[in-house]
Design a protein around this ligand. Structure first.
Ligand code: SAH
Length: 220
């Protein structure tokens, strides 16, 4: 799905991409650096060839292995909640297509990402290499985090969990933020938790749908 040349100029796709951004803006996303990065990181690079013409639809799309690239609005919502700034260190759990990681990297973050499915990770790595994203990745169970590079200014989990795994909270830097969908397997709320010393402050946004986070501190 990866190694192909995209048409560089296409008025139709430019129009659809602008529409996608306008919709996200309309739904309340205000971070201009994020919106600019969403203009630059071409979602077409991260979807299967057969779905190219739906790349800018505001919905999740299959990426193989029963997994999905998240809905653009959801990606925007979670990324805004992370308060990404250039040079910040961000850990992502669930690399999938690589789109979310690429977006974080385009915003100037130092990105670490973990994916449990080797095939998906290999696909994402090819795109990172092709588009020259400097992203550190590994195959493994992200529910235990990635101690080696902790602490993180932000941790983003792109699969739905039964609870926020404690190791991910423990690996936050002072003031760091964990963004994670938590709920049952059908529907989740996005929990946004900030570390303040030894305390954690959480707010929630309801009504999201993710593929399950499978692992030691996730679904079995
Ligand atoms: N961020 C991705 C979304 C992928 S869907 C994108 O932009 O495309 C969520 C991904 O989480 C799936 O690829 C799934 O395989 C992965 N996943 C599920 N449980 C995991 C775990 N414990 N550790 C790492 N990855 C996991």
């Amino acid at each position: 799905m990866i190694q192909r040349k995209l048409p560089t100029k296409s008025p139709r796709f430019d129009f659809e991409r602008d529409e996608m951004i306008a919709l996200i803006r309309q739904r309340g996303i205000e971070d201009e650096r994020l919106l600019k990065a969403m203009m630059l990181v071409d979602r077409r690079e991260f979807v299967q060839a057969a779905l190219l013409n739906r790349a800018y639809d505001d919905c999740a799309l299959p990426i193989g292995h029963s997994q999905t690239i998240s809905q653009p609005y959801t990606v925007a919502f979670m990324t805004e909640a992370l308060e990404v700034k250039p040079g910040k260190k961000i850990l992502e759990i669930g690399t999938g297509s690589g789109y979310q990681a690429a977006l974080l990297s385009a915003m100037g973050a130092r990105v670490y990402t973990i994916e449990r499915n080797m095939d998906l990770l290999n696909g994402a790595r090819k795109i990172f290499e092709h588009l020259k994203y400097n992203i550190v990745s590994k195959c493994g169970d992200g529910t235990i985090g990635w101690k080696e590079f902790a602490p993180y200014d932000g941790v983003i989990v792109t699969a739905g969990a039964p609870e926020a795994p404690q190791p991910l909270l423990d690996q936050l830097a002072e003031g760091g933020i964990l963004v994670i969908p938590v709920g049952d397997k059908e529907i989740q709320s996005i929990q946004i938790t900030r570390r303040l010393g030894e305390k954690f402050q959480t707010r929630e946004a309801h009504g999201f749908k993710f593929v399950p986070l499978i692992g030691k501190i996730g679904w079995k």
